[in-house]
Design a protein around this ligand. Structure first.
Ligand code: ADP
Ligand code: ZN
Ligand code: ZN
Length: 816
């Protein structure tokens, strides 16, 4: 009979926590238990990891109550958590917090509120009625306060029950819930859906109603209604692209040519769910064969498919096969909000067999999916999600697909665990004996290297679907254009001409500028003084619409200066440009065009993003200006033209990945152009046109870029040849952080020598009132476990010294 349990607590504290088991209750690994921890006797909902009979040396506290009737975390999940904690140098508690939906992580400090999404106000006759009344009045209560109200020392089981019932939810889970959008769709009536009927309609309309005929012709084009798989057409899109008014559509509906209906965006009517899927093109079929034999030979396959080559169709074919006999699939996407289109396509194919999982979903939906999967109760077999989806309790994973595997947003930055979801998906799949498919048009150097070295199998799809040509990319020399005075603001003539041509043809354009705001720098003309943030070592960015200066590091805002703070001169000039400025200049050059901006400032909350994307999809927007957001996965048929305002800044990221990132960003944004019948047209403006990376971008030369960059990495000892560990130290006092960094560096050098770089004073060395020092440690791949253990030891030793104890340290393994 085990008498003790090791429990994982949702805390960043390292160590193993043993509690004695209560009499009577049945406890299993993976169940939550309420336990007291720390001097104040705070309560935590911990997870039982292991039951045993080894009495610890110190006296143990007892588990107060068992919260779950069945495990909610599986043995495999624990193993994955342990791998993550070990690899990314963090605690199991930190992994637990990241992994579990917030509703499942409880402590004395957890704040609860009445669930606003339940239809009726809960009526209670038992004691919890008092609690609910108090919650309705005061809005939120902590677990501790709730316990006092209920007269319970350990209120956790009672609260947990209310959460299970959906009556209350955890406050921090109260975010914008994901509500489906409904749109109106148009399709031919059954009577009209034949070639003959259509001919008759055309004849009739030709004489009497040319506008209606035009609308019909445009519908035929857009719906591909003469093909095997006719599509419905979204009403606003049809009206816009045919240049029609609703008045032209109305009679056609009345006369029985069209019918309309409303439904959730992208979710096709039942009859349209295309179970068989489209037939693959010969190029796709060949690539699929490559992927299949790759999957048979290796655990991981890298699929390089150029933008718009139809990679998604390959994924869906393989997903279909994997779930056919009861297996599960994990499909990871870098950013859910920006990839709604892909989810719509997957929904069309798999309907109810898909569940989407990401942090913007309501707490209840996430928790419910988790618990259903943990209990093995008919959960959907296909999980589509952002990085946190890999933490779900899979029991029979057969395939993991990581789409856009190069995307840096797969890496979590803050807080720990700073894990890379692509890499952990491979680990997860391995634990299930499943395979992983990585896909991208611009694979990461690491994955390409693994494919070259034979660790991964490799497949490629190098033609666009429908044999659409790759976009033509033109470089514009900004120095030259400026010398000849051929610029209008930040626009060169070739870029203006390209946009103009697109607008005339009712096509759309995407413009990419890496900085948001209006201008990044105000400078005094007499003394060159630049206003900085009072709390960070950063110049402030001017935002015109808000008429304020903002710090992009800490978010503080300042009124714009009227005179120089240093010399008092009132002659200030603006240098540089951001998306807001581009938007303004565009409006001057193209007064007729409808322009929208997509960056962190305009996209706050899901609805704003939806509005922009829907507007763009429906053709209500002609030009979309944005930051990196516009480079990701947008697939709009009317986009023919793409402009990159300033390529130089993209190649100047301050680290060893600068060129890789710049190449990927440019190739990805270029790939948004010309995804249907019209080939795309891409204009890249740059001061440094002779940068060899630009030449490789214009030639779509992924392989050439790889060869060039991998040599550089080899020579200078960077990934994939060595592993990198970035250490960041922060403290209010500069001397203290510098001393701690110096001590840590010399401790590390004892064993790692010149593979320790720094301490470095970063370009932005003071953020949110804290001074920063960086160290970069390179670890040998073959010995990274031992070397990491050594690093851990050095950290413990150095930070145990009283003078360094208050210095904050962040360790980031495999930074991106
Ligand atoms: P990628 O992900 O490689 O950029 P997509 O999968 O988005 O490319 O495909 C590009 C476009 O081609 C999409 O609109 C898709 O619907 C279409 N497409 C791809 N393969 C097929 C196919 N076999 N049949 C019909 N349409 C296809
Ligand atoms: Zn001045
Ligand atoms: Zn600041």
């Amino acid at each position: 009979m085990p008498r003790f349990a090791d429990v994982i607590l949702p805390l960043a504290v390292p160590g193993r926590f043993t509690f004695s088991l209560p009499e009577g209750d049945e406890v299993k690994s993976g169940m939550r238990v309420a336990v007291p921890f720390g001097r104040g006797g705070k309560l935590y909902g911990g997870l039982v990891r292991r039951l045993h009979d080894e009495a610890p040396l110190t006296s143990t506290r007892e588990i107060l109550s068992v919260l779950d009737a069945a495990p909610i975390v599986t043995e495999r999940q624990f193993l994955l958590w342990e791998r993550i904690a070990e690899h990314y140098l963090c605690t199991l508690g930190e992994v637990m917090i990241a992994a579990l939906p917030g509703q499942l992580t409880l402590s004395s400090e957890t704040r609860i509120v009445v669930n606003p999404f339940i239809a009726e106000e809960p009526v209670r006759t038992d004691r919890s009625g008092v609690l609910i009344a108090a919650l309705l009045e005061r809005e939120a209560l902590s677990m501790k306060e709730a316990g006092e109200l209920l007269g319970l020392k350990n209120p956790m089981p009672a609260i947990k029950r209310l959460i299970d019932e959906g009556v209350v939810i955890v406050e921090e889970e109260l975010r914008e819930a994901w509500k489906p959008r409904t749109l109106t769709y148009v399709k031919l009536t059954d009577a009209a859906h034949s070639e003959e009927a259509l001919h008759q309609w055309c004849d009739k309309l030709e004489k009497k109603a040319p506008k209606q005929l035009h609308l019909l012709m445009r519908y035929v084009e857009l719906s591909r209604c003469m093909s095997d798989h006719p599509l419905e057409v979204e009403k606003n899109k049809l009206l816009h692209l045919s240049g029609s008014s609703p008045a032209a559509l109305k009679p056609l509906i009345e006369k029985g040519l069209f019918e309309t209906h409303e439904r959730e965006a992208g979710l096709p009517a039942q009859a349209l769910i295309d179970k068989a899927g489209p037939s693959l093109s010969p190029a796709q079929a060949a690539a699929l064969d490559q992927v299949r034999s790759g999957l048979a030979a290796k655990d991981v396959v890298l699929l390089r498919g150029v933008t718009s080559s139809g990679k998604t169709e390959l994924y869906t074919t393989l997903i279909d096969e994997a779930v056919r006999d009861g297996g599960q699939v994990l499909y990871l996407l870098p950013e859910i909000a920006l990839t709604a289109q892909i989810i719509e396509r997957l929904r069309a194919r798999f309907g109810e067999r898909i569940a989407v999982y990401h942090s913007r979903m309501s707490a209840r939906d996430r928790t419910e999916l988790w618990v259903r999967m943990a209990h093995g109760k008919d959960a959907p077999p296909i999980i589509v999600g952002a990085r946190s989806a890999l933490f779900l309790p899979f029991n029979d994973l057969r395939l993991a697909v990581v789409d856009e595997e190069h995307d840096p947003s797969y890496k979590q930055h803050e807080p720990a665990p700073r894990y890379h979801a692509r890499d952990m998906a491979i680990v997860l799949a391995g634990m299930h004996g499943a395979k992983t498919l990585l896909g991208s048009a611009t694979p990461s150097l690491e994955s390409q290297y693994n494919a070259h070295s034979g660790k991964y199998a490799y497949a490629e799809l190098l033609t666009r679907y429908g044999d659409v040509a790759m976009p033509a990319i033109t470089l514009v020399d900004l120095r030259d254009a400026q010398r000849r005075k051929q610029m209008r603001g930040h626009f060169s003539q070739p870029l203006i001409d390209a946009i103009d041509a697109a607008l005339k043809k009712r096509e759309q354009a995407i413009l990419f500028q890496n900085r948001r705001g209006y201008v990044p720098v105000w400078q005094c003309e007499s003394c060159a003084f630049v206003p900085n943030c009072d709390h960070c070592d950063v110049s402030l960015t001017y935002h015109k619409k808000l008429h304020q200066l903002r710090c992009h590091y800490c978010g503080r805002t300042y009124p714009p200066p009227t005179q120089c703070a240093q010399c008092g001169s009132n002659r200030l000039r603006m240098i540089g440009f951001g998306t807001e400025k581009i938007e303004e200049e565009l409006a001057e050059i193209f007064p007729e065009a409808r322009i929208a901006r997509m960056d962190q400032d305009t996209v706050r909350g899901r609805q704003a993003l939806d509005r922009i994307l829907t507007g763009f999809a429906q053709g209500a927007i002609d030009i979309l200006v944005g930051t990196q957001m516009v480079t990701k996965g947008l697939d709009f048929d009317q986009v023919t033209t793409v402009g990159i305002l300033s390529a130089d800044s993209l190649l100047r990221f301050p680290d060893f990945r600068a060129h890789e990132r710049g190449f990927q960003l440019m190739a990805q944004v270029a790939g948004r152009a010309g995804r249907r019948d019209t080939p795309g047209n891409v204009i890249i403006q740059a001061h440094e046109v002779r940068n060899p990376v630009l030449d490789l971008v214009t030639r779509h030369d992924v392989e050439g870029f790889y060869q060039r960059e991998i040599e550089h990495r080899r020579t200078h000892g960077y990934p994939p040849f060595l592993r990198v560990l970035a250490l960041t130290l922060r403290h209010r006092n500069e001397e203290r952080v510098a001393a701690a960094a110096a001590d840590l560096a010399s401790a590390l050098r004892e064993h790692l020598g010149d593979r320790v770089l720094g301490p470095d004073i970063p370009a932005v060395a003071w953020v949110k009132d804290r001074h920063i020092r960086n160290l970069l440690v390179k670890l040998r791949r073959s010995a990274h476990h031992e070397e990491k253990a050594f690093v851990r030891e050095c950290i413990d030793r150095v930070f145990a010294q009283p003078e360094h104890r208050a210095v904050q340290l962040v360790a980031d393994v495999d930074p991106v």
